[in-house]
Write a protein that binds this ligand. Structure first.
Ligand code: CLF
Ligand code: SF4
Length: 520
C-alpha cells in the first residue's frame, strides 16, 4: 500500500482517534513516577518505574541511559526561525540549546522530512525516536513542526515523537503536543532568576514585541515554568536541559533543579557550554569559558536526588541520525533519500527490536550476576574508568578508533555511567598520532583504567606512564559486568596489600580548574 508520501507501508496506518484516546488515558508522571513511590530518570530501570512510564522511556535513547546503548534517534531540521536570542547561539548555525555550536543542518520541508524519517526507519530498525530540535525553535515554527509530526504519526506509528524547545511558546502549544501523542518534551531552562537570565538572553520576541534585559528574562522564565506545569498536568514526560555557564548560572542551576523537580520534570540534563571565538557567539567572542568535565560532574552529582540526572547527552546536531555519539546524517542527505527505494516494514522493525531486547536482557543479567561478587564488600574506594565502545553495551572499540570514551564510576554499589569524554582519533590510518594521544590522556586522566577491544604497544606504555591502566582483557564483553569484575579484583589486591589505592579524581579536578582558568 502506498501512503500519502508515495512510500510503501506494510502495515495500515493507525486510527488517529485511537492514538488520541491512548493519550487521554495516560495518567501523570514526573518526579514521583506517577505512582508516588518510584524514582525515575535516565538511570532508572524496569523495576524502578511504573509500567506506563517504563513503556515510554524504555527505548528512548535520551530518557533511558540503558537504552542509549541499543536504540537510535533521529532529528529533522524543519524549524528555522527562533523567537529569542541566547548569548551562546549564532543564528547562522543550529539551535545551540541541543546542538553543538558551529554545525549547520540542511533545512527540510515537512514532506521531505517525513520521507527521510521513513528512509532512516527502514535502514536503521533500532531508530525509535524522531526529535525536532531546530535549527531554530520548533514551537516558533508550529506549522512545519506539527505537519511533520502529523505525517509521521499517520505513517510510522511505532516511532516516538519528541520535541525540544526554549519554552517561550510552549504554553500555546501544549494542547497540540498532546493531540499528536508527543510524549517527550525538552525545555531548555538556564535560570529562574531574571537577573541571571539577563546575562544569558539579550532579547525575547513575545506577542509581536521585542523585550530586553531583566524584563525579557522574566517573561521567558514565567512561560517556561508555566509550560512545564501544563505538561506535567497532562502526563507528558518532560526533560529539562540547562547549559552550565561558569560564573553566570553554575551555582544557580541547583535552584533551577529544585524548581523543575517540584513542577514534575522527569529528568534534568545539565550540559556544558561549548564556546569558541570562531562560533561568533557573544560568549565565544567575550571569552566566556565552558566548564571542565570534572566541574560538570560535580554539579550533576550535587543535583542528583530523586530526579536523576541525564549524563549521556551528546549535544546532537539538529539533523543527527544514529546512536547517540555516532553521526550517520551524511548517509541521509536529501539527494540520497530522494533516490532511495523506501519500504517501511513495521513487522521487520519489530522483529529486530525484539532481538535487541534479548541482548539488553543479557546485559542486565550479566551485570546482576557479577554484582553478587560484591555482596558483603564494604569500601570507600571509588574510581572512574573510561570505555571504548561502539554500542550494544560492550567493550568493542579499538583504542585508536574511539572518538569518545564512556566514563563509569565504580564503587561497591556497582558500575554507574557518569558521562563521556570526546577525544581526537588516535589512529590516523595506520599510524598513531602522538599529539592526539596526549589529548586523550588529558581527557581521561582522572580515570584509573581505560577498557578497549584492542590497543597497540606505544599507547599502552604511554597510558601506563600516565598512571592509567590499559585493559584489553574484556574485549567483546559487556561493559558493566567487566567493570565490576575489574573493580572486585582491584579491591582484593588493595586488601591483600599487593597494591595501594591511588585517589586520582581530586587532583584532576584541581588541575582541570587550573587549566580552564588559565585558558579563560
Ligand atoms: Fe532529540 Fe532531544 Fe528528543 Fe533526544 S536529543 S529532541 S530528547 S530525541 Fe538527546 Fe541529543 Fe542530548 Fe538532545 S542526546 S542533545 S538530549
Ligand atoms: Fe539559538 Fe536555540 Fe537560543 Fe534560539 S533558542 S537563540 S536557536 S540557541
Amino acid at each position: 500500500m502506498l501512503n500519502e508520501l508515495n512510500i510503501e507501508v506494510s502495515t495500515p496506518p493507525p486510527d488517529l482517534d485511537a492514538v488520541l484516546q491512548q493519550v487521554a488515558e495516560h495518567k501523570g508522571c514526573g518526579t514521583e513516577g506517577g505512582s508516588g513511590k518510584a524514582s525515575c530518570g535516565s538511570g532508572a530501570g524496569e523495576n524502578d518505574l511504573p509500567q506506563e512510564i517504563w513503556d515510554k522511556v524504555k527505548n528512548h535513547p535520551c530518557y533511558s541511559e540503558e537504552a542509549h546503548h541499543h536504540y537510535a534517534r533521529m532529528h529533522v531540521a524543519v524549524a528555522p526561525a527562533c523567537n529569542i536570542q541566547c548569548n551562546y547561539c549564532n543564528r547562522k548555525y543550529d539551535c545551540a540549546n541541543e546542538s553543538r555550536p558551529g554545525v549547520v543542518s540542511e533545512k527540510l520541508s515537512p514532506e521531505t522530512a517525513a520521507k527521510k524519517v521513513l528512509a532512516v526507519a527502514s535502514t536503521i530498525p533500532q531508530m525509535t525516536v524522531l526529535g525536532i530540535a531546530g535549527p531554530g525553535d520548533p514551537l516558533a515554527n508550529p506549522e512545519k513542526t506539527f505537519k511533520t509530526f502529523e505525517l509521521i504519526a499517520k505513517t510510522a506509528p511505532d516511532i516516538k515523537l519528541c520535541v525540544s524547545t526554549n519554552g517561550l511558546a510552549l504554553p500555546d502549544h501544549v494542547e497540540e503536543l498532546s493531540k499528536y501523542n508527543i510524549d517527550h518534551v525538552t525545555i531548555t531552562i538556564n535560570m529562574i532568576d531574571p537577573e541571571v537570565g539577563a546575562k544569558i538572553y539579550p532579547w525575547v520576541y513575545y506577542k509581536k514585541k521585542r523585550y530586553t534585559g531583566v524584563e525579557a528574562a522574566k517573561i521567558l522564565t514565567d512561560r517556561q515554568l508555566l509550560g512545564l506545569e501544563m505538561l506535567t498536568e497532562r502526563g507528558i514526560l518532560s526533560k529539562i536541559n540547562s547549559v552550565m555557564i561558569p560564573g553566570v548560572n553554575d551555582k544557580h542551576l541547583v535552584e533551577v533543579n529544585k524548581a523543575v523537580k517540584s513542577r514534575g520534570a522527569f529528568l534534568h540534563n545539565i550540559m556544558p557550554l561549548i564556546s569558541a571565538p570562531e562560533h561568533g557567539t557573544v560568549f565565544g567572542l567575550t571569552g566566556q569559558r565552558g566548564p571542565t568535565a570534572q566541574e560538570l560532574k560535580a554539579l550533576q552529582d550535587s543535583c542528583e536526588g530523586e530526579m536523576n540526572m541525564m549524563r549521556h547527552c551528546r549535544q546532537c546536531r539538529a539533523d543527527a541520525v544514529g546512536l547517540l555519539g555516532e553521526d550517520r546524517s551524511a548517509e541521509f542527505t536529501t539527494d540520497k533519500i530522494m533516490e532511495m527505494e523506501v519500504s517501511y516494514d513495521l513487522e521487520s522493525r519489530k522483529a529486530y527490536q525484539d532481538a535487541v531486547e534479548i541482548e539488553r536482557l543479557a546485559v542486565s543479567a550479566a551485570k546482576k550476576s557479577e554484582m553478587e561478587t560484591l555482596a558483603g564488600e564494604h569500601s570507600d574506594i571509588s574510581m572512574l574508568i573510561a570505555v571504548a565502545t561502539k554500542g550494544g553495551g560492550k567493550v568493542n572499540e579499538h583504542f585508536g578508533h574511539a572518538n569518545e570514551f564512556q566514563v563509569y564510576e565504580l564503587t561497591t554499589g556497582g558500575a554507574k555511567f557518569v558521562g563521556h569524554r570526546r577525544v581526537d582519533l588516535y589512529c590516523q590510518g595506520g599510524y598513531g598520532e602522538e599529539e592526539s594521544l596526549s589529548t586523550v590522556i588529558r581527557a581521561i586522566n582522572d580515570c584509573h583504567a581505560v577498557f578497549v577491544a584492542k590497543i597497540g604497544g606505544c599507547p599502552k606504555n604511554d597510558l601506563k606512564t600516565a598512571g592509567i591502566d590499559p585493559v584489553d582483557q574484556y574485549a567483546g564483553e559487556f561493559i558493566e559486568q567487566s567493570a565490576i569484575a575489574y573493580f572486585k579484583a582491584y579491591l582484593d589486591k588493595v586488601k591483600s596489600g599487593e597494591i595501594e589505592h591511588v585517589v586520582r579524581g581530586d587532583a584532576q579536578i584541581r588541575q582541570g580548574a587550573l587549566m580552564a582558568s588559565s585558558a579563560a
